[in-house]
Design a binder for this molecule. Structure first.
Ligand code: C5P
Length: 220
């Protein structure tokens, strides 16, 4: 049987990752964090001292970019070669480099192919895939497509709770800059045709997961 794909997009700090993972767990589905894959590439480039802002150099290095990502929601990991980078890809230097990498068309199509084969080959009954262009580019035919939003204030408050030692202002500024750069490449600020918006501004975590699971149950 063909696995059910649940496509979820949204801006940084919308709670996408944790909500998507909890949704996958609730449904018995796999979970694919596409942003982590872009981050793994950015990490790898920094590790190899390749300038992420030089497209030719980035594209040339795709040939030996060997990454693996765990899609069991209870056993999440990200690896590059033999190195576990699950934590390292969250470092500010990686976050600061990732948008430059993600804007390169060859990088996007290379990773999109990987995402599609992961979705197709999953051993689970379905997969919750989360990112910026899943509903529009990676899996536009998915039976469930959701845009997870929250107003800017709520997103910043959530993100500054995750990051310790950084001022709310600095966190807000970094978030805004990254969303601006990313939304020039793919539009995840408004829902595409047929995409259901879930606004989590006034919902807590559990309520948001219930709302998303509810959308899935209405569709499949
Ligand atoms: O979701 P996360 O914040 O971890 O994503 C990291 C970066 O990866 C984003 O800032 C964006 O540049 C890129 N990305 C993307 N398309 C996706 C997912 C992530 O361009 N589908």
């Amino acid at each position: 049987t063909v696995p059910v794909v649940v496509a979820i997009d949204g801006p940084a700090g919308s709670g996408k990752s944790s909500v998507s993972r909890a949704t996958a767990r609730a449904l018995g589905f796999a979970y694919l964090d596409t942003g982590a894959s872009y981050r793994a590439l950015a990490w790898n480039l920094l590790d190899k001292r390749v300038d992420p802002s030089v497209p030719d150099a980035v594209v040339a290095s795709l040939g030996d970019f060997d990454f693996a990502i765990g899609t069991d929601p209870d056993a999440y990991f990200v690896r590059v070669g033999a190195t576990d980078v699950t934590e390292a890809i969250r470092e500010p230097r990686v976050t600061g480099a990732v948008s430059a990498v993600a804007r390169i068309p060859e990088v996007r199509s290379w990773l999109t192919e990987r995402f599609r084969s992961i979705m197709r080959d999953t051993a689970f009954d379905g997969i919750v895939a989360e990112g910026r262009d899943i509903t529009t580019v990676v899996a536009p035919d998915a039976p469930v497509r959701i845009l997870l939003t929250a107003d800017e204030e709520a997103r910043m408050a959530r993100r500054s709770k995750e990051l310790t030692g950084e001022s709310a202002a600095a966190v807000g500024e970094a978030l805004r800059t990254r969303d601006q750069a990313d939304s020039r490449v793919v539009d995840f600020m408004k829902a595409a045709d047929g995409v259901t918006t879930v606004d989590s501004t006034h919902l807590d975590f559990e309520q948001t997961v219930s709302a998303v699971v509810g959308v899935v149950n209405d569709r499949v």
